[in-house]
Write a protein that binds this ligand. Structure first.
Ligand SMILES: Cc1cc2nc3c(=O)[nH]c(=O)nc-3n(C[C@H](O)[C@H](O)[C@H](O)COP(=O)(O)OP(=O)(O)OC[C@H]3O[C@@H](n4cnc5c(N)ncnc54)[C@H](O)[C@@H]3O)c2cc1C
Length: 427
């Protein structure tokens, strides 16, 4: 079997690795000049084992309050005329009920925990240096509602066998001395002992290197123009150069751009790009950088330390495909980092970045077959693609090769959106 994997982000490279390990001939086609250069490049780096989806019961109210605030943690530019955004938005809001939130959080948590273990296994086995830290994660809480939600999260963590502790204000600086100055602005914090971080780009590059050594062919600098489909089945891809690459199976792992490629096969993916920002500063010469990973729950900012670099990432802007940064939002991201850790790094040398998360409306990725035979989806990982990448790769490889799936694939099946459902009689 020859499988084509479209996209060499963390998701596509993981799929390629596990397919090759299962004995499949694999070619990865990637538009950029190397692996992990799009959304998997300068993300937050948090490997989150108990995160819920963005679609949560308190979000509709927050969205209304934040409209028109350029630096809002979640910004919907509502007057944009983009029918795809409106269709996606209606489905997103339908997932904000307490019941949908609980079901989605459970499904996401399951895959996150499985995937974090797979990531750790690959890191150790392949000696990938992604500047992984297992010091733990401190989530800073501002409002009583956040404290209540953190209690629920602590319960989810302990049910899953992870240690989590709620701290009051005075406990913040004891847990992370670098927060001594900022601690008074918060009501408390949740400390998750098993919280982990790592540089997704370094990991993706390391795994791609190992996959190439195992026999995966990588074609970088190669942009796919469309999927080739004949009689309801994918037969390969047509490149922008006009060249055709034939394959028995095609895996669409092109992050948010999977939407455009799926459309060439007549599939409308319920995925929308969610722009996020990051700012990275060098630590050299400073002594105020944190040891722990830190989350500011109110500002939706995720801070991680990668060796001698400190990064803040986060916020969500639903405003189409343009990656151009809003200067206000970029400054707000850096400002949030600086307020937390005034002596944390050299802020004059900050590197700014934006990326587009492939957001599904329910927060669950789309992993599995579609109604186009031999076309598989592995996308829609939204704000948790680094965490879920390795596990998703193992799951899609098992589904494609007929091996026993390592976890129940039903919650992630693309067919939960009925127009993507495979026509069983044809498969
Ligand atoms: C600001 C920010 C912070 C984040 N923080 C975290 C975090 O802390 N923890 C976490 O778990 N996740 C985080 N994420 C989410 C995570 O980064 C993404 O979910 C993940 O990177 C998606 O990986 P991917 O492989 O699906 O997409 P990508 O990494 O974007 O890979 C898709 C690839 O497809 C290629 N491609 C696209 N179109 C074509 C084409 N036509 N032909 C050929 N190739 C093509 C692209 O060049 C790209 O390399 C964050 C995201 C952002 C934006």
């Amino acid at each position: 079997m020859h499988a084509l994997v479209l996209g060499a982000g963390i998701v596509g490279v993981s799929a390629a690795w596990f397919l090759r390990e299962a004995g499949v001939e694999v070619t990865v086609v990637e538009a950029r000049d190397g692996p992990g250069l799009e959304t998997s490049f300068a993300n937050g780096g948090h490997i989150s084992v108990a995160s819920g989806p963005w679609a949560a019961p308190d979000v509709p109210g927050k969205l209304l309050r934040w409209i028109g605030r350029e630096d809002a943690p979640l910004l919907l530019r509502p007057f944009r005329w983009d029918p795809a955004l409106w269709r996606w938005g209606v489905r997103f809001l339908a997932n904000c009920t307490p019941r949908a939130f609980a079901a989605n959080a459970a499904a996401i948590g399951e895959l996150c925990r499985f995937s974090a273990a797979e990531t750790a296994r690959l890191r150790a086995r392949l000696a990938i240096d992604d500047q992984n830290s297992t010091a733990g994660t401190l989530t800073l809480l501002t409002t009583p509602a956040e404290m209540a939600a953190a209690e629920a999260k602590a319960r989810r963590l302990s049910e899953a066998g992870f240690a989590a502790e709620l701290l009051d204000r005075s406990g913040i600086a004891s847990a992370e001395p670098a927060l001594a100055e900022a601690a008074s602005r918060y009501a408390g914090a949740l400390f998750a002992k098993e919280g982990e971080t790592g540089d997704a780009h370094r990991f993706t590059a390391g795994l791609a290197h190992a996959a190439a050594a195992l026999g995966v062919t990588f074609r970088y600098g190669t942009r796919v123009a469309r999927l080739a489909v004949a009689r309801g089945a994918a037969t390969g891809v047509v490149l922008e150069t006009g060249e055709t690459i034939a394959a028995d199976q095609v895996v669409l792992a092109a992050g948010p751009w999977s939407v455009q490629l799926a459309a060439t096969a007549g599939l409308a993916l319920p995925v929308y790009p969610g722009k996020g920002y990051s700012a990275t500063v060098p630590i050299a010469g400073r002594n105020g950088a944190p040891r722990l990973a830190v989350v500011d729950e109110h500002a939706k900012i995720y801070v991680a330390r990668f060796g001698e670099r400190l990064r803040a990432a986060g916020t969500l802007e639903l405003a189409g495909w343009d990656k151009t940064p809003s200067p206000v939002r970029a400054a707000a991201t850096l400002g949030a980092l600086r307020r937390l850790f005034p002596e944390g790094g050299d802020y004059a040398r900050a590197e700014h970045w934006t990326g587009l998360r492939p957001m599904s409306p329910d927060g669950r990725p789309l992993i599995g077959p579609t109604r186009v035979r031999n076309l598989w989806l592995d996308t829609g990982h939204g704000p948790l693609g680094w965490t879920m990448g390795a596990g998703s790769g193992r799951l899609i490889a098992a589904l494609m090769t007929g091996a026993a799936p390592p976890l129940d694939p039903a919650p992630y099946a693309p067919g939960r959106f009925r127009w993507l459902e495979p026509r069983e009689s044809l498969r």
